[in-house]
Design a protein around this ligand. Structure first.
Ligand SMILES: [Zn+2]
Length: 434
């Protein structure tokens, strides 16, 4: 555990931002960043040169050091907000639009600096991005609105050992050794907009992974079991290192290669189609479905990725009747979303990246026989492709043009069949590049 730097205890600074609440894991920031840097291709390491060591030693902490390291503070600030020295969203997740804007801003700065061969600035902006990824994926930044865990401690009453201590710092502080020796960094996009949006979804995985560590860490702290604390911290840190590796690799690819060159590479070709069934829609605020987003037909519940829940209880594979040369046949889908009536799923899209959206819309071939559902695709509130499908007919292939669309919405409504049979499925929902 590290004491809070004295700066954070001064009144003037405390007024600016709730700093101690957002103070993150210092040594783990360095350990995670170094583990990620280790996995970059040799050419990227050579390009970073002497900045490489500084990224792991220092730059990944720039957003925490904005009041003490004035020379580098600007690399964690946005140009049009000169008074906002400490940008809270670099440490704590807000909702998707704000998170994406922050990621996009600093990724854009890092890429632009790399493109103009200013590696010193690029590395500093990359440090800020490392920090954001690592803080969002920290075990003590996992609880929306409660990163000191004062609410959580009402659910998990502290032991004598922890009774009067704030939990934030103990949950994340440690001396970790992080390594991802078998990991190959992945290209997240061929353009900055695509990469920022994909990085956001990657970070969502990091947040969910970190959430699974928080309670085991707190329980271990209560019984002073340092080994278990570290094991779970490492689970978060190791996952974060892979995301950081993806981010740094992608920034240096986009910053040093032409879009055409990246588009034609095997990694670029693989990015032509993006399945979105596993991505969080805006309705899953803070990455969970609040009860306001539940539906009551075909059962009481919320949207699921990859499965359909029979009567809201039993997970079954996604199966649809689909057209084929020999007539309708049943097909199973690993990529898809089951959802309920009267609800929408809204996906934030990156500007100017995808041109089309395709999906198969139908009712589950066993559970949905008596249902009848209207499937609607909308772009920024405008209906683009509606279809009414009954349980006895094959799924409809829907598609729409995404030019200028920033929010894609998938909506379901009952059309008068048996409401308990409206097992609607969006199969293979896919964004396509031109
Ligand atoms: Zn931080």
């Amino acid at each position: 555990m590290r004491p809070l730097p004295r700066l954070f205890l001064t009144a003037s600074v405390a007024i600016l931002a709730p700093l101690p609440s957002a103070l993150a894991w210092s040594q783990p920031h360095q350990a995670i960043t170094r583990a990620a840097l280790e996995r970059l291709p040799a050419a990227q390491k050579a390009l970073l040169g002497e900045e490489l060591a500084l990224l792991g030693d220092d730059y990944c902490l720039i957003p925490d050091h904005v009041f003490t390291d004035r020379a580098n503070a600007k690399f964690a600030m946005v140009d049009d907000k000169p008074k906002e020295i400490y940008r809270l969203n670099l440490h704590l997740p807000a909702q998707q639009p704000e998170n994406l804007e922050t990621i996009r801003y600093f990724l854009g700065k890092a890429v632009a600096a790399a493109q103009s061969q200013n590696i010193k600035d690029a590395a500093r902006y990359m440090g800020t991005i490392c920090h954001q990824i690592e803080d969002y994926g920290s075990p003590s930044h996992t609880m929306p609105g409660d990163n000191m865990f004062t609410l959580l401690q009402q659910f998990l009453p502290p032991s004598e050992v922890m009774r009067d201590k704030l939990l934030h710092s103990p949950v994340e502080s440690g001396e970790l050794t992080v390594a991802i020796p078998d990991y190959t960094p992945k290209l997240l996009g061929t353009t900055m907009n695509e990469a920022a949006w994909k990085l956001m979804h990657r970070i969502h995985e990091g947040i969910i992974n970190a959430r699974s560590t928080t309670i085991p860490i707190i329980q271990a702290l209560y019984i002073e079991d340092a080994k278990t604390v570290e094991r779970h911290q490492l689970k978060a840190a190791t996952f974060d290192a892979k995301i950081v590796a993806d981010a740094l690799y992608t920034i240096l690819c986009i910053g040093t290669r032409t879009p055409a060159d990246l588009e034609e590479s095997p990694e670029g070709i693989a990015l032509k189609n993006t399945p979105i069934a596993a991505y969080y829609p805006l309705e899953a605020a803070s990455l969970y479905f609040p009860q306001t987003q539940f539906f009551s037909s075909p059962h009481w519940g919320h949207a699921r990725s990859g499965v359909v829940l029979a009567e809201g209880k039993q997970a079954l594979p996604l199966k649809l009747q689909v057209d084929s040369k020999i007539g309708p046949k049943e097909q199973e889908f690993s990529e898809g979303i089951s959802a309920g009536m009267g609800r929408s799923l809204t996906f934030l899209l990156p500007a100017g990246v995808y041109s089309r959206f395709t999906v198969l819309a139908g009712l589950h071939s066993e559970l949905g026989a008596k249902g009848k559902v209207e499937f609607t695709l909308s772009g920024d509130g405008k209906p683009l492709a509606p279809a009414v499908v009954s349980g006895t007919e094959p799924a409809h292939a829907l598609e729409c043009d995404l030019s200028g669309v920033s929010e894609l919405q998938l909506t379901l409504n009952s059309k008068g069949g048996d409401s308990k049979s409206n097992y609607a499925i969006w199969a293979n929902p896919t964004l396509q590049k031109p």
